[in-house]
Design a protein around this ligand. Structure first.
Ligand code: AP5
Ligand code: MG
Length: 191
């Protein structure tokens, strides 16, 4: 039962690859961004409170996102997962470790996908033409998402690196090439 974190800047390919990896390895795929977007679409109270953060390209509060993951873990006991877009702050990583430890579980590895900044922006602008995502609409918000990633999220890689649970792959290339690089990392994990 694998628990893998897919990590990297906005547009690096987390969602694309998480879907394929989940299918290939028989794992669940959880994207905190998608959970938030679905709350917004359903106009729930939680969704309404998240709208501002998403449209500005800022992070949602840690306690709310950790709560979402707690609910997810409780309803998927005994199943492995690909975590896409979580954890995104050191506080989230610490809370996640405590949560998993209490359940007798652990993260197997974080895999970072490295993509040059201009390519991130180009990919998101292209998707923004028909994604309908509020945070894909303007280059200003896209750049802010990348700045937020650099200032608050990038440091999470060190958290896992210090614990010997970090791998990096080149995220530039075709989707098939990147998928193969990710599979090589996962296949080499101790099982
Ligand atoms: P989230 O939904 O996680 O968005 P993100 O991190 O900004 O990343 P994206 O979903 O835009 O990109 P991706 O890496 O999934 O790439 P994708 O596969 O789509 O978060 C959204 C917001 O929710 C956050 O800003 C925050 O407000 C909030 N949030 C979420 N989690 C949170 C947390 N833990 N804490 C606090 N707040 C949180 O690919 C991008 C595009 O490129 C696609 O069009 C794809 O087709 C294309 N593409 C993919 N791979 C390739 C390739 N190899 N070559 C060419 N094109 C490619
Ligand atoms: Mg995504």
């Amino acid at each position: 039962m694998l628990n893998i974190i897919l990590f990297g800047a906005p547009g690096c390919g987390k969602g694309t690859q998480a879907k394929r990896l989940a299918e290939h390895y028989g794992l669940n795929h959880i994207s905190t961004g998608e959970v938030i977007r679905s709350e917004i679409a359903r106009k729930t109270e939680l969704g309404r409170s998240m709208e501002g953060y998403i449209s500005r390209g800022e992070l949602a509060p840690d306690d709310i996102v950790v709560g979402m993951i707690r609910d997810y873990m409780e309803s998927h006991r005994g199943e492995g997962s690909i975590f896409d877009g979580f954890p995104r702050t050191t506080a989230q990583a610490e809370a996640f470790d405590i949560m998993l430890d209490r359940m007798g579980l652990a993260v197997d590895t974080m895999i970072y996908m490295d993509v040059p900044e201009q390519e991130l922006v180009d990919r998101i602008l292209l998707r923004g033409k028909d994604s309908g995502r509020a945070d894909d609409a303007s280059e200003e918000v896209i750049r802010n998402r990348i700045d937020v990633y650099r200032s608050q999220t990038e440091v999470v890689a060190e958290y896992y690196s210090q614990r010997g649970k970090y791998a990096g792959v080149n995220g530039h290339g075709t989707m098939d090439e990147v998928f193969e690089r990710l599979c090589n990392v996962i296949d080499a994990l101790p099982r």
